[in-house]
Design a protein around this ligand. Structure first.
Ligand SMILES: Nc1ncnc2c1ncn2[C@@H]1O[C@H](COP(=O)(O)OP(=O)(O)OP(=O)(O)O)[C@@H](O)[C@H]1O
Ligand SMILES: [Mg+2]
Length: 351
């Protein structure tokens, strides 16, 4: 088989799980994000303020973890005094939270791990909290994107994670996953965060970023496209860029992601520039778990800048049953739809 043409059997998901943790560095999509190319909107001074605060944070963290000539003991004493405060960045859609989070990671000289909140949940489920803390505390800095407050159980797990991490030398910068400010959502989310996190709030400095969705105002138009070609033609014609391309039937695809643990999905981002899914059909009410795995995978692919091509005889919006779209995991499902809409190419096979 031509190099770079992958199917579900030869993609390979067998990286030792311990190594997968180290693969969680700044995602492909955000790897070029810096403070320099974050352009604050003059109409929203909180953007410039956040940028300055975060630049300051990175330099104090660099200072804190700098290896110097102090003895280990003195360094420990100094460290205890000066450990920089963790930061919680709150703001509406597309104001550049993940950009800034990645800029921090790119500017910091030490060991950093980038995780989405969903990834963290799967890692805790896989390793259990304390063994995971032991692995994560070897990093100086945890960048935790999209802290979700809507599910109290998950929020509690996240908060327990923060509590344990705070006992170590590791510092966290988290971003929120908030509802639009226009709906009064942000103040509410901040309140819920503060309430859920209780006294741990003292470990955090909170930064609120106002503004408009950059994707809508500045970024090139990214509505999903329809294609007249067949999916196979698109697959064969797609030029890869350093990684491979994967073609699979929807049914086989869902079966594969069911059989491997979601902590391994990150392998897709290592291996492919594009995925081609043939014959997607609707997720029905009783396929919640499959639907959630799929939405999680789309999150991962989005971070990995993996192009998504789908053939189907339904509309994007109808991909999930109404009950799924309206249910407990509404946010995850809506995020998935918007991410596919941003990146996806659709081949309509309806006759
Ligand atoms: N001020 C800015 N200057 C330059 N690029 C920006 C700025 N704000 C956002 N972007 C770019 O716009 C896109 C969306 O930003 P980003 O993903 O960081 O927003 P977000 O606040 O994390 O959104 P979401 O709430 O959807 O997670 C990214 O490609 C990012 O690089
Ligand atoms: Mg984001």
């Amino acid at each position: 088989m031509e190099k770079g043409l992958l199917n579900l059997l030869n993609i390979g998901f067998d990286t030792p799980i311990e190594l997968l943790i180290d693969k969680n560095n700044i995602p492909h999509k955000f790897r070029d994000c810096s403070f320099g190319n974050y352009i604050p909107d003059e109409n929203y001074p909180s953007q410039q303020e956040a940028k300055e605060k975060l630049i300051e944070f990175v330099s104090s963290l660099n200072e804190y973890n700098k290896s110097g000539f102090y003895s280990k003991f003195t360094k420990k004493l100094l460290k205890r005094r000066k450990k920089p405060k963790s930061i919680y960045i709150d703001g509406g859609f597309g104001v550049g939270k993940t950009h800034l989070l990645s800029a921090i990671g790119n500017a910091y000289h030490g060991k950093v791990i980038f995780l989405s909140f969903s990834q963290l949940m799967y890692l805790i489920a896989y390793f259990n909290l304390l063994p995971l803390i032991e692995k994560i505390s070897k990093f100086d800095l945890v960048l935790l994107d999209e802290f979700e407050l809507d599910d109290p159980g998950d929020a509690m797990m996240g908060i327990n994670f923060i509590r344990e991490i705070n006992k170590t030398d590791t510092v966290i910068v988290a971003t929120s996953n908030t509802t639009p400010v226009a709906l009064g959502g942000r103040e509410f989310d901040m309140m819920v965060f503060k309430e859920r996190i209780g006294s741990l709030i003292n470990f955090f400095e909170t930064l609120a970023i106002d503004g408009k969705d950059y994707r809508v105002t500045k970024a090139p138009k990214t509505q999903y496209e329809s294609s007249k070609k067949t999916l196979k033609e698109l697959f064969l014609g797609y030029k890869t860029n350093g990684r491979g391309k994967l073609y699979a039937e929807f049914g086989d695809f869902i079966k594969t992601i069911k059989d491997i643990h979601p902590v391994r999905y990150i392998n897709f981002n290592e291996k492919i520039d594009a995925v081609f899914i043939e014959n997607l059909r609707k997720f029905t009410d009783d396929e919640l778990l499959d639907a959630l795995r799929f939405t999680y995978l789309i999150d991962i692919l989005y971070y990995g800048s993996v192009d998504i091509f789908i053939s189907t005889d339904i509309q994007l919006w109808d991909m999930f049953s109404d009950d799924l779209k309206d249910g407990k995991f509404k946010n995850k499902i809506m995020r998935c739809l918007s991410r596919i809409a941003e990146k996806g190419v659709f081949v309509n096979t309806a006759s």
